[in-house]
Design a protein around this ligand. Structure first.
Ligand code: MN3
Length: 204
């Protein structure tokens, strides 16, 4: 029904920033578990006609019977958040001139300040969660945290960059050094995909 997106690169493609071992656990165990748990929990659910895609599901789960809400929030959220996270990482795709660069400079003064603020926000996640650069309901860029597997789609926001700050995302490679992990993530952001995310967010 709802499946993980195929990983768009090899498990070792992000080394040395993210190890093959981390990617193997993250994609093949954690991410798979969200897919499997969602499937099991929705096995007897009849989905209304407004729910066709995973994005529809996490955005509109309140239209399902109440007994499915927690599962969609946890496992549906986990599934879409990880699809997003893996899609926005790749080596050697630099930040470049364009509409998004202009908007980041408008909103945060400079790219350097944006990065600093994003990392600061991600350092403030207590426990497990995510840090996002989103286009909010008013078309403005915002840095936003969600907890557990809550996601910005449900909140009516369009994510451009979502970074997993659960410990499993970095503990093998960086142990308890979340800040180092975040700094390294900024070395491997796939700005081609992030710009596409921005363009499609502004179209809607
Ligand atoms: Mn994760």
């Amino acid at each position: 029904m709802f499946k993980r997106k195929e990983l768009p690169y090899e498990l070792n493609a992000l080394e040395p920033f993210i190890s093959r071992e981390t990617m193997d656990y993250h994609y093949n165990k954690h991410h798979l578990a969200y897919e499997t748990s969602l499937k099991n929990n929705l096995s007897d659910a009849e989905l209304p006609s407004n729910i066709k895609t995973l994005e529809d599901l996490v955005s509109n789960y309140l239209s399902l019977p109440k007994k499915y809400h927690v599962a969609v929030r946890q496992f549906g959220g986990g599934l879409i958040n990880h699809d997003h996270y893996f899609s926005i990482l790749k080596k050697d795709i630099p930040f470049k001139d364009g509409a998004l660069k202009k908007e980041i400079e408008n909103a945060f003064e400079s790219y350097a300040i944006f990065q600093e603020k994003f990392i600061e926000k991600a350092m403030s996640v207590f426990g497990s969660g995510w840090t996002w650069l989103v286009v909010d309901r008013h078309g403005k860029l915002r840095i936003y945290n969600t907890y557990n597997q809550d996601n910005p789609w449900f909140l009516g926001m369009k994510p451009l960059i979502g970074v997993d700050v659960w410990e499993h995302a970095y503990y093998i490679d960086y142990r308890n050094d979340r800040k180092k992990y975040l700094e390294q993530i900024f070395q491997i952001l796939n700005w081609d995909v992030i710009e596409q995310n921005y363009e499609s967010a502004m179209k809607k």
